[in-house]
Structures are given as C-alpha cells and as structure tokens.
Design a protein around this ligand. Structure first.
Ligand code: GAR
Length: 219
C-alpha cells in the first residue's frame, strides 16, 4: 500500500505512523510504503520528521494558488505522481474541494480530534469542555465532500477531567491519535475495511477488549 501523507504543521501523527513500522509497532511487517510527505507550508516541522525517516518531502504552498480549485489541482498532480493507494491527512489544515475528494474516493483518510459527529471543525477541545461532555476523543474517517464527516474507521475515547483545560485535554487525546492512526493503516493495508451500502465502514478486526466500557466520571 503506497501512502502519500499530507501535513500542515507539527507532524506528531506522521511521526507516530512512521515509528509504528518499528518492531512491535502496529505497522511492523505490514505492506505499507510511505512514498512522500507533502506540506502546504514550507515551515511545517513535520517535514523534518519525514526527512529524518528518509521519506521524500514536497511543498505545495497554498499561498501560491489563491484559488482553492487551483491549489487542489496542483496538490493532486503532486500526489498522483507517487501513485498512492492511500492519501493520509495528518494535521492537514486546508479544506479540500469536492472534486479533490471525489478523485480520492475511498482512498483518502483523516484524523480528527473529537468523537465525530460531535465537534467537527476547529477548537474541538475547548468546545468539548464548554459543552460539558464527559468523554472526548478522536476519530479516523474516510474523507467525503462534507467536512469532518465520512465513514468512521476507528475512534478512541478519553475521560474529561474536572480540572481539564483545552491543552491538557488535547494532550490526552493526542496520545490516542497516535495509537489509532497506525491501526487504521494496518487494517487498510490488510484489506480488512469495506464501506457498506449505507456508507458505514466495516472493519473485520480482532475484537480485543472492544466490549470494555469507558465510563466517565467513573463514580
Ligand atoms: C491533530 O490533533 C489532528 O487530529 C488535528 O491537528 C493535529 C495535528 O497534529 N487535525 C485536525 O484538526 C484536522 N481538522 P500533528 O501535526 O502533531 O499530527
């Protein structure tokens, strides 16, 4: 499975994916090849992470393509040069046009820092705290034309603590992001994911302790 990863900044999810190839990691021994990392910002810290791991990098600067459609076309051209089976958004902070999304139908995935469909969009951790939810988390999903919607591959929940602030909550969610994104790639590489006729992603995964309830507050 040839993967092109798109980033805009820090790149901690990218790092988690690359490190998951190590012995004992979720991607160890899996047929996953990271062909290229593309950023829309030349100053994205994640580009150095890619380079450290010997992965090719490119920049497609959105400021050089003021119109979204033109940027998306330039981006797709660079992506397609690598003939990817999967395009992975890892903190890629641009909204993509319906044409772009359609071009990568069923091979474009994103990680979002909330339990979708709750809290699409930005500032998810502050909004979760303001809403008083007791569980928060992250979602890996296929990308569709609607922003932060699309068939859900995997989610992880964390308890919201009484003394949380957005930064503390974000840090706890991020640990789970780094855990579930490699899992999603593993299942895709193994051909264990299908989207059914209702648009629901079905994963034939080991159930593990999937029945264990996460209750918060725990009482
Ligand atoms: C992650 O928390 C990711 O879920 C979020 O941006 C962060 C990127 O961090 N993505 C979105 O909000 C997408 N709408 P990273 O660059 O360290 O992976």
């Amino acid at each position: 499975m040839r993967v092109v990863t798109l980033i805009s900044g820090r790149g901690s999810n990218l790092r988690a994916l690359l490190e998951a190839r190590r012995p004992g990691g979720a991607l160890a021994g899996q047929p996953v090849e990271f062909a290229c990392v593309i950023s829309n910002r030349a100053d994205a810290a994640g580009l150095a992470i890619a380079a450290e791991h010997g992965i090719a990098t490119e920049v497609v600067d959105h400021r050089q393509h003021p119109e979204r459609a033109a940027f998306d076309r330039a981006l797709a051209e660079r992506i397609d040069a690598h003939r990817p089976d999967l395009v992975v958004l890892a903190g890629f902070m641009r909204i993509l046009s319906p044409e772009f999304v359609r071009h990568y139908e069923n091979r474009l995935i994103n990680i979002h820092p909330a339990l979708l469909p709750a809290f699409p969009g930005l500032d998810t951790h502050a909004r979760a705290l303001a809403a008083g939810v007791k569980l928060h988390g992250c979602t890996v999903h296929f990308v569709t034309a609607e922003v932060d919607a699309g068939p859900i591959l995997v989610q992880a929940a964390v308890p919201v603590r009484a003394d949380d602030d957005p930064a503390r909550l974000a840090a706890r969610v991020l640990v789970q992001e780094h855990r579930v994104y490699p899992l999603a790639l593993r299942w895709l590489a193994q051909g264990r994911v299908r989207v059914d006729e209702h648009g629901v992603a079905r994963v034939s995964a080991d159930t593990g302790d999937a029945d264990a309830a996460l209750v918060s507050p725990s009482g």
